[in-house]
Design a protein around this ligand. Structure first.
Ligand SMILES: [Zn+2]
Ligand SMILES: [Zn+2]
Length: 243
């Protein structure tokens, strides 16, 4: 298909809310579209909830302030939050969002981000939203970067601008899931670079799809802070289970 035509079709489809439930893929009723979940799934969605680690955002027990990892680890980001728990149907949803062109989910995720963390997002007075970049070749092959899609939607509802250019991924960090924490860290070193040194961002919100060990966010945060950014926060669509 002609690239321009494909672009026009893609962007017009992109403007619409999801037609199918983000969780179970059932066709949504009109009133369910804004929320993105069918009535049955809306009751079952596993949000992170009010008890989360004050550093990395993973769910913790009621009287805990930090997860066991953050009690012993220093992060480069100042704080990260997440919306949903990466479990059950959300795993399938994230798969479709990443690999099956369900870019429309971005609108749903941004809607929930504002519903839950809207006051925080607005109150923090972020200068810019920066999505975790994808290796350029990989992005061309896949067609889009899901973190960019989420960033764009979040920008629309929050009014905070997006910058997709300031951080670039130099190395394709392949099959990260199979690596342990130490190897991931090693692999990630030098994976990102800040390409514009004339930027004067003071407070940045990095967004990504899934928070696992936090090493990706840490590396992006480190690069930004080396480049003069004072405070770096994160917002992920999903996060791992209770640690
Ligand atoms: Zn559903
Ligand atoms: Zn933590």
């Amino acid at each position: 298909m002609n690239h321009i035509i494909k672009g026009i079709i893609d962007s017009s489809i992109d403007l619409l809310y999801p037609k199918h439930c983000v969780s179970c893929d059932k066709v949504l009723l009109k009133i369910e579209k804004e929320m993105g979940f069918c009535k049955a799934c809306a009751k079952k969605i596993k949000l992170v909830g009010p008890n989360y680690c004050m550093t990395c955002g993973v769910p913790v027990n009621e009287n805990e302030e930090y997860c066991s990892t953050c009690q012993n680890t220093k992060h480069y980001f100042d704080q990260t939050k997440a919306i949903f728990r990466y479990t059950g149907d959300m795993k399938d949803a994230m798969y479709r969002f990443k690999y099956a062109n369900r870019r429309c989910y971005g609108k749903t995720f941004a809607w929930h981000a504002m519903k839950i963390y809207g006051n925080w997002i607005k109150g923090m007075d972020f200068d810019v939203i920066i999505p975790v970049p994808m290796y350029e070749k990989k992005k061309r092959k896949r067609g889009y970067n899901q973190a960019e899609v989420f960033a764009k939607r979040l920008s629309e509802v929050s009014g905070i601008p997006v910058d997709n250019e300031v951080v670039r991924r130099k190395i394709d960090t392949v099959a990260m899931k199979q690596l342990n924490r130490l190897k991931r860290k090693k692999n990630l070193l030098k994976a990102f670079t800040m390409v514009k040194n004339d930027v004067q961002f003071r407070k940045v919100l990095i967004v990504d799809d899934i928070y696992t060990t936090g090493s990706t966010l840490d590396e992006v945060a480190r690069v930004l802070k080396d480049g003069g950014v004072k405070e770096v926060y994160g917002l992920c669509i999903c996060t791992g289970q209770l640690k």
